[in-house]
Each structure stands twice: as C-alpha cells, then as structure tokens.
Design a protein around this ligand. Structure first.
Ligand code: MG
Length: 455
C-alpha cells in the first residue's frame, strides 16, 4: 500500500481547504511581481501588495469560505430555499461590501470579472427586493471567452470536498458554482476537470494515475470514457492540452502564473507534477510570481487533498487566519458529505458560525466602518473604546447565556464551541488592535505641528 492510501478522508479534506488558504497567503507575498525579480518565498512571510500578515489570505480564500458556507447552509431544509447560486452571490456580495470572511476585515482585492457579475446581481436583487431570485438562479458570469479569468477555479475546493461521494453531481455543481461569476466555456471546463482531480485525490488515486497523459483522469463512480463519450459536452482543446500533460515538458516562461484560467491551472499542475511534497510544490507554485496567490490556491487545494493535512508545515497551519472558523467549516463539510440527504447542520457548526456572524456584523457595521474615513468616523478614543466594550458584550452575552448550550448534546461539543468561539473573538480583537493603531495616527495628526514625528 502506498503512503497516500493511508491518509484518512478527513485529513485529505482538511489538507485541501487549508492548502487553498495557506498557499493563497504564501503567494500574496509576491503577487504581481515578475518571476525572478524578488527574493524567493521560502515560508509564510506575509507582506506583498496588500501588506498582509503571515497566514492572512486574499480574495481566493474569502470566496472559498463564502462558497463553503453557501453550500453547507443551502443543504438545510429551509422552506424559503433560494437557488444555491443566489445564496452564493449573496455571500460574495457581503464579502465585497463589508469584508465578510475577509482575513483583515475588508474586501481589499476583487477581480474585474467577479466585480462586474456582483454589480449586475446586486442591481437586480435590490430592484426586485430579492423576489426575482426565489425560484431562479443567479448566473451572472460573463460567457465571453475573453472573460476567462481564474476567479472561479481559485475558490472551487468546497464543491468537490462536499459532494465527492456523488462525482457526477460534484462536477455539475463545479460548473454551476463557476457560472455565478465566470460563465465562459474555458472556466466551466477548468472547474469540472479540476474538481475531478480533487475527487480523485480524495479517493486516494496515485499521482501517476491523476496526471496520466494518455487519457484524462476520471474519478471512481463515473464511466471510464466520461470525458470522451458523446453525452458529455466536449472539453475545450486548450484545456485538453493541459490535462493531457503540457506541464510535464514546459517550463517558465512558457509556464505562466497569469490571471487566465488555463495558464493558472497549468502552472499549478506544473508545480504539483515536478515535486514530491506539499511544501516543495507550494513554493514552486508561488515563486512564479505574477498571480502567485491564485496559482498557490489552485495548487494547494489539489496538493492538500493528495498529501493530506499532516504534510502541511505546522508553523503555517498555526498562522492561518480565522482557523477556529475554518476548522469548524471543514468538520461540517466532512459531516455533511457523509450524510445521505445532507440535510442537517451540526450544533457545533451552527453555534460557531453564529458567533462569527454576530461579531462580524458588529465589527464591519460599526467598528471598522467608523475607523475608515466617513462622516461618522471616530472623533475620540473614548468612542472607540465604548464600541470595543459593546463588541465584547455581544460575545459574552452569547457564550454566557443559559440557553446558549441548551441544544448542544455533549460536553465535548460544548468545549469545541467555546474554544473555537474564543479563537474567533481573539482574531477580531487583534484586527481591532490594528484599527486602533490606524486611529492613533489620525489623533496625533489632529495635534497639528506638535505631532509625534517632530519629537
Ligand atoms: Mg487573491
């Protein structure tokens, strides 16, 4: 038995999700830089264009978390069920407008294709007060081939992770998840083929089998002629070229970490094929520079499923932003992926998500908003401190209320909820601490010529 066969499904699912988030974070250090022009990335170091801290992820990670929550919540038996694509778009919109599931509390980067789709969706949603979407999809992705960015592939992992037991459904949903923001044939093909590879990795397929050149990989549970039989829609030739092994003989500058979906997928597979460990491949992927964070994310979701969570350096995992929430989402993906009807959320997931949602709402709606330049910006540090106290009270009221744990069955679950909620609280408090530093600069400026810098 090969080593990869001994990795549990749970370790593969965790590996894939953390792999996506952490390789996104790894790559942002050199995002938009020309290959060879920078000090090579050797570990999670933060910085880069957006001056992030090590372990903070960018739009790739935030959108993947939005997608995961949309899929998990949609599966609940809710009579007012919206189409899954609408649930997704509502969460992407919340990220775009108020930094929901962002690692630093703001939507600080967004692709043009995503932004265009979200703007169209928001206009329609508001115009019809949401009524239009009760029984309709929200596929707002451009279908033009020139709009074939990598923005739907970069967040894809939750789809195969959740639906891997039904590969046909998983591949259909991979396509549907892309259509919300990226509707071109190249994007849809890339997403369904990459979902098949992730499912294969979850099933324990060897790298040799996944990356076989003669025939595109088909996961167990689908007919072996899946990609070539007449009923499946034909794959675009440029995607086919990659999937039959172009990355095996090409090298940079032919391999490009660009924003074009086919290039980004080829670059991720190039890094995966030419290395033998998660870390080595991750560094190879992001050191291409350019769209390094996204090539990292695409690499990380496949390599993490293949090598498993234990292959990801512990010092990287420990730095992952919002890891209490992330781990809860991953656990819930594992639970729901094993239910036949995927109909119920666990108590731990519901509670921890509620803690995150309530804190995120107050943080973005009150604290963060008033830190940024706006008419109601904080004028005194006392106002700021009052809001922090209120923020803390929201948390205390939830966790200390007698009803809070009533429907949680085991002590172990109660402990998990407490631990993870506390991690989420700490994460927000550390963001607030950074906000305070931003504010203090503004206070000192208001002292005019006798500012700190002159002493
Ligand atoms: Mg990014």
């Amino acid at each position: 038995m090969s080593l990869t066969n001994q990795i549990s499904l749970s370790d593969r699912i965790s590996g894939s999700f953390f792999g996506l988030l952490l390789c996104d974070s790894l790559g942002t250090a050199v995002e938009c830089q020309v290959t060879g022009s920078f000090e090579p990335v050797t570990t999670l170091r933060g910085g880069g264009k957006y001056r992030l801290k090590p372990g903070q992820f960018t739009d790739d990670g935030s959108m993947a978390l939005c997608l995961a929550i949309a899929l998990l919540n949609h599966n609940n038996n809710d009579p007012q069920t919206l189409h899954p694509s609408t649930v997704q778009m509502n969460l992407y919109r919340r990220w775009y407008e108020s930094g929901y599931l962002s690692s630093n509390g703001l939507c600080f980067d967004i692709g043009i294709t995503v932004r265009t789709a979200l703007n169209k969706f928001s206009t329609e949603y508001d115009r019809t007060d949401g009524q239009k979407f009760l029984n309709a999809d929200a596929y707002y992705g451009s279908t033009k081939s020139k709009a074939s960015g990598n923005g739907s592939l970069m967040r894809l992992a939750p789809v195969p992770l959740l639906y891997h037991r039904n590969p046909q459904y998983a591949l259909d949903e991979a396509v549907n998840s892309s259509k919300t923001t990226h509707g071109s044939q190249l994007c849809l093909d890339s997403c369904r083929i990459y979902a098949a590879l992730i499912i294969g990795a979850l099933q324990g397929a060897s790298k040799e089998k996944l990356l076989k050149s003669e025939k595109m990989f088909v996961p167990e549970g689908l007919p072996s002629d899946y990609w070539t039989n007449e009923t499946a829609s034909p794959i675009d030739p440029s995607v086919m070229t990659v999937m039959t092994g172009s990355y095996k003989h090409r090298n940079p500058p032919e391999i490009k970490a660009s924003g074009f979906v086919v290039d980004a997928m080829e670059a991720a597979l190039w890094a995966f094929y030419h290395t033998d460990s998660f870390e080595e491949g991750a560094l190879k992927a992001v050191n291409l520079g350019d769209d390094a964070d996204t090539v990292g994310a695409i690499y990380g979701m496949l390599a993490g499923a293949y090598y498993g969570i234990n292959a990801i350096p512990l010092e990287w995992l420990e730095k992952c932003s919002f890891q209490g929430l992330v781990q809860t989402i991953i656990d819930e993906i594992l639970i729901q992926s094993q239910q036949s009807d995927m109909s119920s959320s666990s108590g731990v997931y519901k509670k921890v998500l509620q803690v995150y949602n309530d804190l995120a709402t107050f943080y973005s709606g009150t604290i963060k908003r008033r830190v940024l330049p706006c008419p109601k910006q904080y004028k005194t540090s006392q106002q700021f401190d009052e809001d922090i106290a209120q923020f803390q009270t929201i948390y205390d009221n939830m966790l200390q209320s007698t009803e809070w744990f009533e429907d949680v069955s085991t002590d172990n679950d109660k402990q998990l909820i407490s631990n993870r909620s506390e991690l989420i609280l700490k994460e927000f408090l550390s963001l607030i601490e950074q906000d305070r530093q931003t504010l203090s600069i503004q206070y000192s400026r208001s002292f005019g010529p006798f500012s700190d810098s002159q002493h």
